[in-house]
Design a protein around this ligand. Structure first.
Ligand code: GLU
Length: 470
């Protein structure tokens, strides 16, 4: 028997920016589909018309693309032909509402917000969990019809069967059991006719052929309700896996306060897609492979069995570590834009410059610092080795450079002989004289890139700096 094609989805509500939590959910679903040679869908859950916006949707999709999380079906694709946005799927929902009403599995509910609040208060006071008491479930068909005809606002509620147990095998957390008596009948259509999350989220998964749903554990208690709903409509139920929350260093759910940042902020700070995907793929998931991986590698390494049940702790030091790896592995095309338009690095030297400093940088600001250090005006940031070597050292270096040019070997050999300096004693003051700091990229290559004239200018500037600082 061949296994059915795996179909996963990311179903964001376009009400805000992408943050690490929903990004990780998107990534895991995309990786699961790719790992199994399946398909990854994107569905826009925009039934909350007030909070949803086209601008949010655009940026969300652009961010998914930027991360390399392309989708096989969804916005901009020919499938699904009947709409990838829930706001386009109203006719489908109406069809299923009618069927649920006809079969008696759903009924109109006329309880007002105040009625419900009163009941909830009483339940809480009696130490019972709040749930719908079934008031309108007991209305006769005639009465319900009469009230509807009189224009009384109504929601549509799903009738949860009494005295049963819903059982499902969570992909991450194992078997889950819920007594239907604890669930209470729930709203599937709001008074304004719009679809509730529980309803259209489950229905669309079934109609779109989704086989696996990885989502946050805040949705765990929705699953038994959604399973009942799908079963009552005779539709297939996907396998659900609920991911442990991401928490901050303080153990509280990740939020702005304890270090969470939106993708937009991470991108603006210069984080590369590979850094973010490699970090997130290891947040609550432990791939066997420890090296930086591209999307195919991450997909290959993705295993449901490696998803953790314990809360995943966000660690910005780890994110930075992956950034360093991603920068080291990046192609020049990815890093060149970091130089910016007003860089002092001459156009013809930019690619070589980027390759030179690549091992020494993590962020765009680091690259611009090195551009200034090699091509701007000399700023002696860490003066000690230069001060110790003195102005004579600089003068000797200037004189030798005039003879050898930027032939690095000849230049340093002659300078060593003339000054009697070797090793660190020679290179540290030279580094400071040329770049302002005693550490950095290969000095011979830097000098070759800067050229004799600029190097001579640096040595003279360093000499004047020592003289004026004495
Ligand atoms: N739109 C829902 C959310 O953003 C989707 C939940 C789910 O993945 O089922 O929370």
């Amino acid at each position: 028997m061949t296994e059915p094609l795996v179909r996963t989805r990311f179903a964001p509500s376009p009400t805000g920016r992408m943050h690490l939590g929903n990004l990780r959910t998107a990534l895991f679903n995309a990786l699961l589909a790719r790992h199994r040679g399946g398909r990854f869908l994107v569905r826009i859950e925009d039934t909350d018309a007030e909070r949803s916006g086209a601008e949010h949707e655009r940026s969300l999709l652009a961010e998914l693309r930027w991360l390399g999380l392309g989708w096989d079906e969804g916005p901009g694709c020919v499938i699904p032909a009947d709409g990838a946005r829930q706001s386009e799927r109203g006719a489908i929902y109406d069809h299923w509402y009618a069927r649920l009403r006809e079969s008696g599995r759903a009924y109109p509910c006329f309880c007002t917000r105040e009625d419900l609040e009163r009941v909830r208060r009483a339940q809480r006071a009696a130490g019972r969990p709040p749930r719908y008491p079934g008031t309108c479930a007991r209305l006769s068909a005639d009465e319900a019809q009469a009230r509807l005809a009189a224009g009384q606002p109504a929601t549509l509620r799903f009738r949860v069967p009494a005295g049963e147990t819903v059982v499902f095998e969570d992909l991450v957390r194992g078997e889950q059991r819920f007594a239907t008596d604890d669930l209470g009948d729930f709203v599937i259509q709001r008074t304004d006719g719009s679809a509730s999350f529980l309803f259209c989220n489950a229905l669309d998964d079934a109609l779109m052929g989704v086989t696996h749903v990885l989502r946050g554990e805040d949705h765990l208690t929705n699953t038994p309700r959604q399973q009942l709903l799908l079963e009552s409509m005779g539709l297939p139920v996907p396998s659900y896996g609920h991911l442990a929350l991401i928490v901050g260093a303080d153990g509280a759910p990740l939020s702005k306060r304890n270090g969470s940042r939106s993708l937009e902020e991470l991108r603006a700070a210069g984080y590369l897609p590979a850094a973010i995907t490699n970090y997130l793929a290891r947040l609550g998931h432990t791939p066997a492979e420890g090296a930086l991986l591209d999307m195919d590698g991450l997909a290959e390494a993705f295993e449901i069995a490696r998803l953790g049940r314990a809360p995943a702790r966000f660690d910005s030091a780890q994110l930075q570590r992956w950034q360093a790896e991603a920068v080291a592995a990046a192609g020049p095309g990815e890093l060149l834009p970091w130089l910016g338009d007003d860089t002092p690095v001459p156009a013809a030297l930019r690619e070589r410059f980027v390759a030179l400093v690549q091992p020494n940088i993590r962020f765009p600001a680091d690259m611009r610092t090195w551009a200034e250090r090699l091509f701007g005006t000399l700023r002696v940031e860490e003066p000690e080795p230069l001060r110790e070597a003195g102005a004579t050292f600089c003068a000797e270096a200037e004189a030798i450079l005039a003879e050898t040019g930027v032939d690095w070997k000849a230049f340093t050999r002659a300078l060593g002989e003339r000054t009697g300096r070797r090793g660190k004693g020679l290179f540290m003051p030279l580094r400071v004289a040329l770049t302002g700091v005693p550490h950095g990229p290969g000095l011979g290559e830097a000098v070759a890139l800067m050229g004799a004239e600029r190097v001579a200018g640096r040595l003279a500037a360093a000499r004047r700096w020592v003289e004026s600082s004495q």
